[in-house]
Design a binder for this molecule. Structure first.
Ligand SMILES: C[S@@+](CC[C@H](N)C(=O)[O-])C[C@H]1O[C@@H](n2cnc3c(N)ncnc32)[C@H](O)[C@@H]1O
Length: 252
C-alpha cells in the first residue's frame, strides 16, 4: 500500500529546484497553502520571498502552516497577480500550476515579467488538462472529467495551457525561453500515488461544487464521480498520467 508523500520541489517542481540558490529573491505567484513557498524561502535564505495568492483562504492556510516571522525572509500576501505592481524587484518570479486558473494568462505573465529584475527569470509550470488519463476509468469519472473540461472552457481557462507557455513568454517580451515537458504516470503502489490522484479527489470537492453551481454537472453526478474515483484509487493496478510543461525565460 502506497503512503502519502509530502509535496516538495523535488517531486513537483524539479526545474525550479535546479535554479534556486541562496541569495535569490523569489515571488511565488499562486502559492496556494505555501508548502513549496516555505521550501523556496529556506533554500534562498537570506533573500526575500513572497508567496502570493488570489484566495485569502489559501493565504490564511499558508500563514497557519508558517506563522508570520517564523521564517524571517518569508511573507504571504493576498492579491491578484493581474493587479500587482511589483516592478524590477525579483530575481525569480515563479507560477506553478497557477496560470491554468487565470482566464487571461497573458495579463498575468506580463505582470510577472514586469516584477522581475532585468536579467531575472520567469518560471512557469503548468498542465495540459486535455491529456490527463486514468487507467480503466469508471464511467462516472469520465463524465466528470468531460464536464470539467467544458466548465473550464466556459470560464475561459485554457485547457491546454501547458502547451502554450513558451508562446506566452515570447508575447510578454521575454527571451531565451527553454521548456521541458514531462509525462508522469503514477501507479497505485508508487510513493506519490495518493498525493497525485488525491489532487483530483479534492478537485471534485472544490471545483466540482463550482461546476454544479454553474450548471455544468448535476450534484448527483458529482457525488457519483467522487465515489467512483475513491473506489478506483483502491485498485492495485490503477494508474494516472499527467502531462506538464515547465518554461523558463529571462527578462531582457
Ligand atoms: C493549483 S494551486 C497551485 C499551488 C502551488 N503553486 C503548487 O504548485 O502546489 C493554484 C493557485 O493559484 C491561485 N490563483 C488563481 N488565480 C490567481 C491570480 N489571478 N493571482 C494569484 N493567484 C491566483 C489559486 O487561488 C490557487 O491557490
Amino acid at each position: 500500500m502506497a503512503i502519502m508523500a509530502p509535496l516538495t520541489l523535488a517531486n513537483s517542481h524539479p526545474t525550479l529546484l535546479g535554479i534556486l540558490e541562496p541569495g535569490m529573491s523569489v515571488l511565488d505567484v499562486g502559492c496556494g497553502p505555501g508548502t513549496l513557498t516555505v521550501e523556496i524561502a529556506r533554500r534562498v535564505d537570506p533573500a526575500a520571498v513572497i508567496g502570493m495568492d488570489l484566495n485569502p483562504e489559501m493565504i490564511r492556510a499558508a500563514e497557519g502552516a508558517s506563522p508570520p516571522g517564523e521564517i524571517p525572509n518569508l511573507i504571504f500576501h493576498a492579491g491578484d497577480i493581474r493587479e500587482c505592481n511589483w516592478h524590477e524587484e525579483w530575481a525569480v518570479v515563479n507560477a506553478a500550476r497557477t496560470l491554468q486558473w487565470i482566464p487571461d494568462p497573458m495579463v498575468a505573465v506580463r505582470r510577472m515579467a514586469r516584477a522581475a529584475v532585468p536579467g531575472g527569470l520567469i518560471v512557469l509550470l503548468d498542465v495540459d488538462h486535455t491529456r490527463t488519463a486514468w487507467s480503466d476509468p469508471p464511467q462516472a469519472w469520465t463524465r466528470f472529467h468531460e464536464a470539467f473540461l467544458t466548465w473550464r472552457e466556459g470560464c475561459r481557462f485554457d485547457n491546454a495551457i501547458g502547451r502554450h507557455l513558451s508562446l506566452l513568454c515570447e508575447e510578454a517580451g521575454l527571451v531565451e525561453t527553454a521548456s521541458t515537458s514531462t509525462i508522469t504516470t503514477v501507479r497505485a503502489d508508487d510513493h506519490g500515488f495518493f498525493r497525485a490522484a488525491g489532487r483530483w479527489r479534492m478537485m471534485v470537492e472544490s471545483r466540482g461544487r463550482q461546476m454544479v453551481a454553474a450548471g455544468y454537472l448535476a450534484e448527483m453526478d458529482r457525488r457519483a464521480a467522487l465515489g467512483a474515483f475513491t473506489e478506483w484509487m483502491q485498485q492495485r493496478d490503477a494508474t494516472q498520467t499527467v502531462h506538464e510543461t515547465c518554461a523558463v525565460a529571462r527578462r531582457p
